[in-house]
Design a protein around this ligand. Structure first.
Ligand code: SER
Length: 325
């Protein structure tokens, strides 16, 4: 259950997940109780107008300490990270931001007696020697991107802080996330968002950076928000995995998402020009076994590929029409 008197901090609030999660949290906890924080101010009007914003660099522990002293947060959602494709361009910086950022948040939470911390992990924790179908919760993990290595290490540290210091930190291994409100920032699964935007342009065509039969686990944003909030509101004793939970909704290939779009836009065309992201995708699972999340806190997704496509196209069309007036 949500304790509506809690003050909540969302770090990375302007990102693909943060911009939607912050609004959901504000609906639950009240706008003024949920502080959106990011390195730059929000562009989205609903995010800007619905509650406080604080400019923060997660690599600046002093500024974070001052912020926490000001608001006395009960919960922190730490979403700021460099994703898989961007991380490969500057591995040292990705490591620094993803790891030092996490340490700063975990230490702050201990110092300021924050009650709960949420930190996202990813399917990127798996690697070429991981079983690729129905990837189990506990299995071989040999990530070969700096993003994946930082998420795997982060998982170990989250569990460590829980076991050694009793910090209530909770985490999900997100698949590729797809939403219409904000664009993702530099991931390997981003094609599955871009393709809907391109389908609604006059040319109705998309050149995909992954090959046609590349299957990856994916999830529609409303399911990701529900999973995150369900996990954070589950009684602590039900949260048995303290590294990060496998989480699944659907798996599809570029060819299949294109076919799903063609049911609404028959003239839509897809072509394929794989780039360096293909290699990353080929090292990740194709589908995920999330039975631990189902058993421990009752996880169940609502959207499959066709339901997501219908909703994405409807909402993107609406947004385009609103922008046109
Ligand atoms: N969506 C992320 C990426 O592609 C995976 O967690 O980097």
């Amino acid at each position: 259950m949500a304790n509506t008197s809690d003050t909540v901090l969302v770090i990375g609030a302007c990102g693909q997940l943060g911009s939607e999660l912050t609004l959901e949290l504000r609906n639950m906890y009240g706008g003024s109780n949920v502080v959106a924080a990011d390195i730059a101010a929000p562009k989205q009007a609903d995010l800007r107008d619905s509650g406080p914003f604080e400019k923060i660099d997660v690599l600046d522990p002093k500024a974070m300490g001052e912020l926490a002293a000001k608001y006395k947060f009960k919960q922190i959602y730490h979403l700021a990270a460099v994703l898989s494709a961007t991380g490969e361009k500057n591995p040292k910086f990705a490591w620094k931001l993803n790891m030092d950022g996490l340490f700063n948040v975990l230490d702050l939470a201990l110092e300021q007696k924050v009650e709960k911390v949420y930190w996202p992990s990813s399917i990127a924790v798996f690697g070429p020697n991981t079983p690729r179908q129905n990837t189990p919760q506990h299995t071989i993990m040999d990530p070969n991107t700096v993003y994946g290595i930082s998420k795997q290490a982060g998982e170990r540290w989250c569990e460590y802080y829980f076991e050694k210091y009793g910090l209530d930190v909770r985490s999900l291994r997100y698949p590729g996330l797809i939403g219409y409100k904000a664009l993702p920032g530099g991931g390997t699964t981003d094609y599955a968002v871009d393709i809907y935007h391109k389908a609604l342009e006059d040319s109705a065509s998309y050149e995909c950076f992954l090959s046609e039969n590349t299957y990856l686990p994916m999830m529609y944003m409303p399911d990701a928000l529900k999973a995150t909030l369900d996990l954070m509101h589950a009684p602590a004793e039900q949260v048995k995995v303290r590294s990060s939970y496998n989480l699944s909704a659907m798996s599809f290939s570029p060819k299949e998402i294109a076919a799903s779009i063609q049911k609404h836009i028959p003239e839509f065309e897809i072509s394929y020009k794989p780039d360096s992201r293909q290699q990353i995708a080929d090292s990740w699972p194709q589908s995920i076994d999330d039975s631990a999340a189902q058993q421990d806190w009752g996880w169940k997704p609502a959207y499959d590929l066709d339901a997501m496509t219908a909703d994405m196209l409807l909402n993107l069309k609406k947004m385009k029409e609103e922008q046109a007036v």
